[in-house]
Design a protein around this ligand. Sequence first.
Ligand SMILES: C[S@@+](CC[C@H](N)C(=O)[O-])C[C@H]1O[C@@H](n2cnc3c(N)ncnc32)[C@H](O)[C@@H]1O
Length: 199
Amino acid sequence: MWNQRFADAGDAFVFGEQPNHFLAAEAHRLPAAARVLSVADGEGRNSVWLATLGHRVHAVEFAPAALVKAAAFAGRRGVEVEFERADVLDWAWPEARYDAVVAIFIQFAMPAERPRLFERLRSAVKPGGLLLLHGYTPQQVEYGTGGPPDPSHMYTEPMLADAFADMEILSLRTYEQEIHEGTGHDGRSALIDLVARRR
Ligand SMILES: C[S@@+](CC[C@H](N)C(=O)[O-])C[C@H]1O[C@@H](n2cnc3c(N)ncnc32)[C@H](O)[C@@H]1O
């Protein structure tokens, strides 16, 4: 389904070419030349932007059509990103490798898959490193402006506070905002952000 969606879009970027607003606002927290993992990176808008800032970015994504577009996008922007095709629900996740793990709209995970995925996100961060996680709250289903139609895929503050309780939570907030990220995320949206540091 995802691969078809990216292929059908042709040269257009389903989620746009600009980095996600939460990532753009929080990237100042990264150290210089940080080693960053972008999880389910899509067409590269986030990984390529991070690379333009001088970060060393590893991007994993399972849709080949997205990876082709992302690699071409990196070339156009004159940066290098290590792109890897992987199913993040079944990947040999590195342990304690990254200064930051970036997970933007990865709500494809079923509720039963989420605890393991969250644990992988957490354990891939180096001690002292950051997790930047962004997605929708269940209210997003009423807006229908992006994301899965199933509220059980969405996040709440108690859910994230509990899942990442052993990290230092630097910011956890829900809010509503108009977003325009290609045709994929377009309109008033019910959002949630987490910034957490591994102890
Ligand atoms: C809503 S898009 C977000 C893409 C990107 N993070 C962004 O913000 O532009 C979700 C992405 O997850 C990818 N994806 C879905 N299931 C995946 C899996 N099991 N492993 C890796 N990537 C997956 C899709 O192909 C798609 O690129």
